[in-house]
Design a protein around this ligand. Structure first.
Ligand code: GLC
Ligand code: CA
Length: 553
């Protein structure tokens, strides 16, 4: 079988600011990452996805880029980057860059020129509009990080569109010069030898021309029908593929919020000439009265239905990513497992097993392999993330919801949960820095840290290591088809993978108690590939958060 490398790979996502600080300024950096490559090698991953390391004023921690071809000073220099890339390659690790080209920083040179207006080469690089007659905003859209999606620029005397913060103006992809500049920049990185791109909110680059008011949701109109999977997005991705991607051996993954399986078959279809795979969000999307701010858990039947639909509907047609965690999501073990009770380790291993045995390319977010948990926020001043800060202002300080009501919702899903420093050991600041970390370390670092887990053969770390090794050993994990069993159970997630005569049974208990489960006969005499109970599996029941993978041969 001729399977491309990125279908067999396991990716590890690094949020550089919080991974490893090499110089004691409290901020993670490139040299810090380089110093930890052996750790990643030991885990067994193949690819590192670096969240943005480019020059940025950090309104959104690097997702607001002011120079795509320079490294953020706090992270180091271009020489440090070249060293990281070379060392990674020496060890057989690939590096995938975050590509944030729906928007730039308002401090990017293109925007600085664009706001000067007439007679300027960059005039139409962004989306400028006059206000409505009588002085109103061009339309009623709200921005992702709160407030309206339009900001008036005094210098130019017009409004510009920003679907995220006002320091993240949206680029005008309809302008061919913008596309050429972006493609040239991408080519420059490819020539440096990087191994791929993770494309930030790439489904939002094409906007409808008329940009009408949206349906009011919360305080503002919803832009998504006019900006997500917009009219020319596939045309632009094909052009990007033709002009850049197809010339190199890359891995490409599009962050595509709101994507359906049908759309995914276009973005990441086997022969649609766009991207290799997508990130979809359905399985982490639980909306309540305050939008995404919600402490409710998704029903297991619903989670299974969503993940299973992604398994079957892309099968043979397109490729998907597998993830529980990233820098925008709370910690998986807190969201789906037992983070404070006695089953943290077991539930972290169960979640890993459930995900890693599916079809797709698995992503591990830094610290997930240790079973790191959500942060115990005490008050809104603990937030660093622009999204959480603005959400608290917009919902609570405005008086729309009480603190008591909103607090459990925002702390359950705040992106800051994922952004506390990596827990390397049980020394001060978890070994992340010798200085004061930019964000406090989770106080549970004395118990949960890499050094302790490396010394414990039953740790979450070694469970991940084993799952990764299994994927390399058994092609069925990459190639096999998928079939859900026990769809109606609110307790168990059970599925099969099938490749010719070979079958795997993956059985996971999502509860903290024993649950009846009879192993199908064909697996009884087979082999157990992995389990999270040291004494092996017992027929008749699955114990609390038990997970096992059986093979019929
Ligand atoms: C993506 C990133 C997120 C960022 C946003 C705007 O969703 O993952 O961290 O804030 O895009 O760039
Ligand atoms: Ca540093």
């Amino acid at each position: 079988m001729n399977t491309p490398w990125w279908k067999q790979a396991v990716v590890y996502q690094i949020y550089p600011r919080s991974f490893m600080d090499s110089n004691g300024d409290g901020i993670g950096d490139l040299k810090g990452i380089t110093s930890r490559l052996d750790y990643l090698k030991k885990l067994g991953v193949d690819v590192i996805w670096l969240s943005p390391v480019y020059q940025s004023p950090n309104d959104d921690n690097g997702y607001d880029i002011s120079d795509y071809q320079a490294i953020m000073a706090e992270f180091g220099t271009m020489e440090d980057f070249d060293e990281l890339l070379a060392k990674a390659h020496e060890k057989g690790l690939k590096i995938v860059m975050d590509l944030v080209v729906n928007h730039t920083s308002d401090e990017h040179r293109w925007f600085v020129e664009s706001r000067k207006g007439d007679g300027n080469r960059y005039r139409d690089y962004y989306i400028w509009r006059d206000g409505k007659e009588g002085g109103g905003l061009p339309n009623n859209w709200g921005a992702c990080f709160g407030g309206p999606a339009w900001e008036f620029d005094e210098e130019r005397g017009q409004y510009y569109l920003h679907l995220f913060s006002k320091k993240q103006p949206d680029l005008n992809w309809d302008n061919p010069a913008v596309r050429e500049d972006v493609f040239d920049m991408m080519t420059w990185w490819c020539e440096k030898g990087i191994d791929g791109f993770r494309m930030d909110v790439i489904s939002m680059i094409s906007k409808t021309e008329d940009m009408p008011d949206g349906e009011i949701r919360g305080l503002y109109g919803d832009y998504s029908p006019y900006c997500v999977h917009g009219p020319r997005v596939h045309e632009y991705l094909r052009e990007m593929n033709q002009k850049v991607l197809s010339k190199y051996d890359l891995m490409t993954v599009g962050e595509t919020a709101g994507v359906t399986t049908k759309e995914a078959c276009v973005y990441a279809g086997n022969d649609t000439g766009e991207l290799n795979m997508v990130f979809q969000f359905e399985h982490v999307d639980v909306h309540g009265p305050y939008g995404k701010w919600n402490e409710k858990r998704m029903l297991l039947t619903r989670l299974k239905k969503i993940l299973s639909r992604w398994q079957t509907e892309l099968s043979g047609k397109a490729w998907n990513s597998l993830y529980w965690d990233n820098h925008d999501q709370p910690r998986a073990v807190s969201r789906f497992g037992d983070d404070r009770g006695p089953f943290r380790v077991r539930s972290a291993k169960m979640l890993a097993t459930c995900l890693h045995m599916m079809q797709g390319t698995p992503y591990i977010y830094q610290g997930e392999e240790l079973g790191m948990t959500n942060y115990p926020f005490k008050g809104p001043r603990d937030f660093h993330d622009i999204e959480s800060i603005h959400a608290y202002e917009e919902w609570c300080e405005s008086g729309r919801v009480s603190h008591e009501e909103f607090w459990p919702c925002i702390t359950a899903v705040s992106r800051d949960n994922a952004r506390t420093p990596m827990q390397w050991d049980d020394t001060d600041q978890a070994g992340f820095t010798t200085g004061t970390p930019w964000m406090p370390v989770n106080p549970n670092y004395r118990e949960i840290n890499a050094r302790a887990e490396l010394a414990d053969p039953d740790s979450v770390f070694y469970h991940y290591q084993k799952l990764i090794a299994l994927r390399k050993q058994y092609p069925i994990i990459v190639e096999g088809t998928y079939r859900l069993l026990m769809a109606d159970s609110e307790e168990l997630f059970v599925y099969e993978r099938i490749l010719g005569e070979e079958k795997l049974l993956v059985a996971c208990n999502f509860t903290d108690h024993d649950t009846v489960f009879h192993v199908p006969r064909e697996f009884i005499s087979g082999t157990c590939l992995i389990t999270n109970y040291e004494d092996g599996f017992r027929d008749g029941k699955l114990r609390a958060y038990e997970a096992m993978v059986l093979r019929n041969m």
